[in-house]
Design a protein around this ligand. Structure first.
Ligand code: NDP
Length: 597
C-alpha cells in the first residue's frame, strides 16, 4: 500500500472523533488508589514475609529498588570494588516488574538480546527472541547470585524516609521494617509502573466474586503457573477481564484457552502487530556471542531505533521496523525539502501506513466482522504502548470468548455478581483487573518517601516546577544520590534497561573515582544542572506523547499535564547521541559538572 491510497483527512477526523469520545474531565482521578478496602490487592502472593531484625548499621551504597536498575548498578559497583551494596526491595526477591508480573503469557516486548541486562557477564543465552517472564525473573536472580547481592539485600522492605546528613556525608535510611541505617551513597531505581491502580467504576467495592489485579496473579484460584501450564481451575468459570492494554493482550490468550467463558471488557483497543517469536539457536548464539557482543547489540538497536546511522539491523523487531519506515518516508523527500513540517508529515505517512496494516491484520485474523471492527485501533501507533502478539486477536475466534466493547466509555457498573455495560448485565465468577499502574500521581506517593537533601529541602519541593537534574541522574542539593531512570537522559523508551545499565556504569565509575581520591561527596554543581536543563528545554518538541492522542497514561489521560511536564524529556539529539556523549563524558575522567569534595 502507498499513502496515495489513504484518505488522510478522513483518518485524522476518525482519530479525533475516537479520542474525543474517550476524554473525560476526571483524567487521572478516574482511577482508585489501591488502599483501604482494596489493600489486600497489594499483598504479595508469591513469597511469605520472613521475620528479621531491623538493621542499624552503615553501608557504602544503599539502592532502593531490586529491579534491573538496582541489579545493574549493584553489579557494576561490586565490579568496582564496593563490597557492601544493600538493595532494598518491597518484593520478596529481586526482579522488580518481573517479580510482580507473573500473569500467564507475560513476556518482554523488546528483544531479549538487548532487553535482558548483563547477559554477557552472567553467561546466559536467552531461550527465545522475546523471553517469557519466568526466564527474566530467573535472570534477575542469576544477577543477584553472580554478584553476591543477596547477602546484603533487604526484601519485603519499603523505604519510608531518606535524609541527608551533611556533617557525616551520608544518608539516613528508614524503612517500614524498623530499619534505621546509614549509607554513604544512595541509588533510586523505583521504576515508573509499580503501583497497581484500579478503575474507579461505580460499585467496584461491591463485587462478591473473586477478583485480583494482573500484577498479583492468583494461581491458587485460576490453576496453572507462570510457565504457561493451563489455568485448569477456570474451566467451569465465567471470567471477566477489564482492560485491553499490553498486559491484557498477553494474558487473554491463556484465559481464552482455559475459561468456561471469557468476557473481555474493552474501552480502547490496542494496536496488535505481528510478534514472530522464535527460539534462539544455541549454535547461532555461540557464533555471535564474542566478547563485547551485548554492547554491540545495544548500540546497534539504539542506532536503528533512536537516531543513529546503522548499516545493519541486528535486532529486527517491531521497534526498529517502525524507525526504518519513518526513515524511508523521510528519505523520499529531496534533501532540500527536509524541513521540520515536511519531515513530520513523512512521519505521519509512515504511521498511517503502519496502522492501516495493523487494522487490516484484524480483518485477516478475526472471523466475526463486527468483533473485528471493534478491535481496530484508531490512533497513531505511539499514542499507546504498541503491542505485538500472534494469539491475542485469534482468541476472539473462540466460541467461549466475547469482546464487550464499551464504545470508549468503559465499564458502567460493577455489581455484587458481575459487570454492567450499556445496561446489559454480565454475571461473573471472577473479575481480573488489567487496569495498569499509577503514572501521573506524585512521585512521593508512588515511592513512599520524599528524599530530604541538603538544608532540609525535600525533593518534591525542589522539583515542584519541574524535574531538574544533570543526565537525569544527579540532582543539585542531593549529594551522593543517583537517580536511575530514563528521563532527562537518553529517554529511550523502546528499551528501558539500556538507560539503566548506562546509568549503572556511570555511578560505578564516579564512586570508584571518589573512593580512590578520598572524596566524601559527589554532587552536580548548580550551574551544570542549570545548563543541562536548559539544553533539554530548548530542544524542539517531541513527536510522541501528543495531546492529540487518545487518552492514556502516555499523555496524562489527555489532560494538560501542567508546566512541570515539559521537563520530562530526553537528550535533544536522541538516545544514540546521548549514549555516545555519556561515554565520552565518563571516559574523559573529568566528569564535567560534577563536584567532588
Ligand atoms: P495500561 O494502563 O496500558 O492499560 C490499562 C487498561 O485498562 C486500558 O486498556 C484501559 O483502557 C483499561 N481501563 C481503564 N479503566 C477502564 C474502565 N473504566 N473500563 C474499561 N477499561 C478500562 O496497563 P497495562 O498493565 O496493560 O500496561 C501497562 C504498561 O506496562 C504498558 O504500557 C507497558 O509499558 C508495560 N507492559 C509491558 C509489557 C512488555 O514489555 N512485555 C507487557 C505488559 C505491560 P484505555 O486504554 O481506554 O485507558
Amino acid at each position: 500500500m502507498t499513502t496515495q491510497a489513504i484518505d488522510k483527512d478522513a483518518l485524522r477526523r476518525k482519530y479525533l472523533e475516537e479520542r474525543n469520545k474517550r476524554l473525560r474531565p476526571d483524567g487521572n482521578a478516574q482511577y482508585l488508589e489501591v488502599k483501604g478496602a482494596f489493600a489486600h490487592y497489594l499483598k504479595d502472593p508469591y513469597t511469605p514475609v520472613t521475620v528479621r531484625e531491623p538493621r542499624t548499621d552503615h553501608v557504602t551504597f544503599a539502592f532502593i529498588g531490586g529491579g534491573f536498575g538496582g541489579l545493574a548498578t549493584a553489579a557494576r559497583l561490586v565490579e568496582a570494588g564496593v563490597s557492601d551494596v544493600r538493595i532494598i526491595e518491597k518484593g520478596g526477591d529481586f526482579g522488580g516488574t518481573w517479580y510482580w508480573n507473573r500473569y500467564p503469557g507475560a513476556q518482554c516486548d523488546t528483544a531479549s538480546m538487548v532487553y535482558m541486562p548483563l547477559l554477557e557477564e552472567t553467561g546466559h543465552r536467552p531461550s527465545e527472541k522475546y523471553a517469557h517472564a519466568p526466564e527474566i525473573l530467573a535472570h534477575c536472580q542469576r544477577i543477584g547470585k553472580h554478584f553476591g547481592l543477596y547477602e546484603h539485600a533487604l526484601f519485603h522492605t519499603q523505604v519510608t524516609s531518606l535524609i541527608w546528613d551533611e556533617a557525616a556525608s551520608r544518608w539516613h535510611v528508614r524503612t517500614d521494617r524498623g530499619d534505621a541505617f546509614t549509607a554513604q551513597y544512595i541509588g533510586l531505581g523505583t521504576g515508573p509502573l509499580h503501583i497497581p491502580k484500579l478503575p474507579g467504576i461505580p460499585g467496584i467495592e461491591s463485587f462478591k466474586g473473586h477478583a485480583f489485579h494482573t500484577s498479583r496473579w492468583d494461581y491458587g484460584y485460576t490453576g496453572g503457573n507462570p510457565m504457561g501450564a493451563p489455568l485448569h481451575k477456570l474451566a467451569d468459570k465465567r471470567v471477566g477481564i477489564i482492560g485491553t492494554g499490553a498486559t491484557a493482550v498477553q494474558c487473554v490468550p491463556h484465559l481464552a484457552r482455559a475459561a468456561g467463558s471469557l468476557f473481555v471488557f474493552q474501552r480502547t483497543p490496542s494496536s496488535i502487530d505481528v510478534r514472530n517469536n522464535a527460539p534462539i539457536d544455541p549454535e547461532w548464539f555461540a557464533s555471535i556471542a564474542t566478547p563485547g557482543w551485548q554492547q554491540r547489540w545495544l548500540e546497534n538497536f539504539t542506532a536503528n531505533q533512536a537516531g543513529g546511522n546503522a548499516e545493519v539491523d541486528l535486532v529486527q523487531d517491531g521497534w526498529t521496523d517502525l524507525s526504518r519506515r519513518i526513515r524511508e518516508q523521510i528519505g523520499q523527500l529531496p534533501p532540500e525539502s527536509r524541513t521540520v513540517p515536511r519531515m513530520l508529515a513523512a512521519y505521519e505517512d509512515a504511521d498511517f501506513l503502519k496502522m492501516e496494516e495493523i487494522r487490516a491484520r484484524v480483518d485477516q485474523v478475526v472471523t466475526d466482522t463486527d468483533t473485528a471492527a471493534h478491535l481496530k485501533a484508531w490512533y497513531r501507533q505511539l499514542c499507546k504502548r504498541p503491542c505485538f502478539h500472534d494469539d491475542y486477536l485469534q482468541a476472539f475466534n473462540r466460541p467461549n470468548v466475547q469482546l464487550v466493547d464499551t464504545n470508549g466509555k468503559g465499564v458502567e457498573h460493577i455489581t455484587p455478581t458481575g459487570v454492567v455495560v450499556a445496561g446489559k448485565d454480565y454475571p461473573l465468577d471472577c473479575l481480573i483487573y488489567a487496569s495498569g499502574f499509577e503514572v501521573g500521581t506524585p512521585l512521593a506517593r508512588r515511592t513512599g518517601f520524599d528524599p530530604i537533601g541538603r538544608g532540609g529541602r525535600a525533593l518534591s519541593e525542589y522539583w515542584a516546577q519541574g524535574m531538574r537534574s544533570k543526565h537525569g541522574m544527579h540532582v543539585h542539593g542531593f549529594p551522593n544520590a543517583f537517580f536511575v531512570q530514563p528521563t532527562q537522559g537518553a529517554n529511550l523508551i523502546s528499551n528501558v534497561p539500556h538507560n539503566l545499565t548506562e546509568a549503572a556504569r556511570t555511578i560505578a565509575i564516579l564512586v570508584k573515582h571518589a573512593r580512590s581520591h578520598g572524596f566524601k561527596q559527589i554532587e552536580v554543581t548548580e550551574d551544570a544542572e542549570q545548563q543541562w536543563v536548559q539544553l533539554l528545554l530548548n530542544s524542539p518538541g517531541r513527536m510522541t506523547n501528543s495531546p492529540d492522542c487518545t487518552p492514556g497514561y502516555y499523555n496524562n489521560e489527555g489532560q494538560d499535564p501542567g508546566p512541570a511536564a515539559k521537563s520530562y524529556v530526553g537528550y535533544p539529539a536522541g538516545a544514540f547521541a546521548y549514549f555516545k556523549y555519556l561515554d565520552a563524558w565518563r571516559e574523559s575522567g573529568a566528569f564535567e559538572g560534577i563536584a567532588f569534595s
